[in-house]
Design a binder for this molecule. Structure first.
Ligand SMILES: [Fe+2]
Ligand SMILES: [Fe+2]
Length: 300
């Protein structure tokens, strides 16, 4: 390793941040692009499961709230792709790689949204799992990414309130409504437990090495369980894992090993809704191509 790279590693590992115009080692730049691009793809693809319910939202207020959330998520994708562009990968290329299946997006956005209960669970628990990772990114060694995370985290925390409100309303409703929530929680628990990824020892995690992330996968999952299992149980909901409990000696959550094979299968393009959602994104891109052409011609 060159002395310059060594110096850079020590600098970021010491907690300092770098800016877009600074010299960056090639490997660091490549890791950043891959990581941030996947985040952008997830924000963009993440609107599709919720979008399906805008027209079916039960009241006008719910429709407005869900529309606003979807707009926020598209805005997050917008901000994040700009950071990737500054690092040298054009947005067109990001979209190309997403649509061709070369680039990935988060596991939870490959699943169907069967009922209004899913909409509540996504906004409450999927956004809760996501904000834990995003809060840890506030300390990312790459300052432009850390900076936009402030706005994103603020909006995500609002999404969680919206989701919790949807869930609360249903839990205070009819037995049928409570059943919808329970059924959605049961279905989403597996993907939620897989969300932060399999545990990687800290000294083998390149994201921690470059201090792109400041938190390991297992640490994030433990934080999610700490924050949300008590809330879920308090509402009278049940979780489908009989092994789930907090070890009183260590303070760590114990649980059945998540299905890592399912995670790998889903994020490599084989989720139950992966192809359908990519097709929709592809069609939207084709149908809006004339707008981009017109705007670019106007700008030229
Ligand atoms: Fe978001
Ligand atoms: Fe969100």
């Amino acid at each position: 390793m060159g002395a310059r790279v060594q110096e850079f590693v020590e600098y970021v590992q010491g907690g300092s941040q770098v800016e877009a115009g600074d010299w960056l080692p090639d490997e660091y730049r490549a890791k950043l692009i891959k990581f941030i691009e996947m985040h952008g793809n997830s924000e963009l693809m993440g609107v599709l499961p919720e979008r399906e319910w805008i027209l079916r939202a039960p009241t006008l207020q719910r429709k407005l709230a869900l529309t606003a959330k979807v707009q926020d998520e598209v805005g997050h994708a917008q901000l994040i792709y700009r950071v990737v562009e500054d690092l040298g990968k054009p947005r067109e290329q990001c979209l190309e790689d997403l649509l061709s299946g070369r680039a990935k997006f988060h596991n939870v956005f490959h699943y169907p949204t069967r009922t209004w209960g899913d909409v509540g669970v996504i906004a409450w628990l999927v956004d809760a799992a996501a904000i834990i990772s995003q809060k840890a990114l506030l300390k990312c060694s790459y300052a432009p990414y850390a900076r936009i995370m402030k706005k994103i985290c603020w909006e995500e925390s609002f999404h969680i309130l919206h989701g919790r409100d949807v869930i609360l309303a249903m839990m205070l409703g009819t037995p049928g409504q409570r059943e919808l929530v329970q059924e959605a929680v049961t279905r989403w628990w597996g993907p939620l437990m897989q969300f932060h990824g399999n545990p990687i020892p800290a000294d083998e995690d390149p994201m921690l090495y470059w201090r792109i992330k400041s938190q390991g996968n297992e640490e994030a999952r433990q934080q999610f369980l700490d924050g949300y299992v008590p809330q879920i149980l308090e509402l009278g909901l049940e979780l489908p894992d009989p092994a789930l409990r907090k070890d009183p000696d260590t303070g760590r959550w114990l649980y059945t090993e998540p299905d890592w094979e399912e995670l790998r299968h889903v994020v490599t393009g084989h989720g139950p809704r992966t192809q359908e959602r990519l097709d929709l994104r592809r069609r939207a891109r084709e149908e809006s191509a004339w707008v981009r052409r017109a705007v670019l011609a106007e700008a030229a």
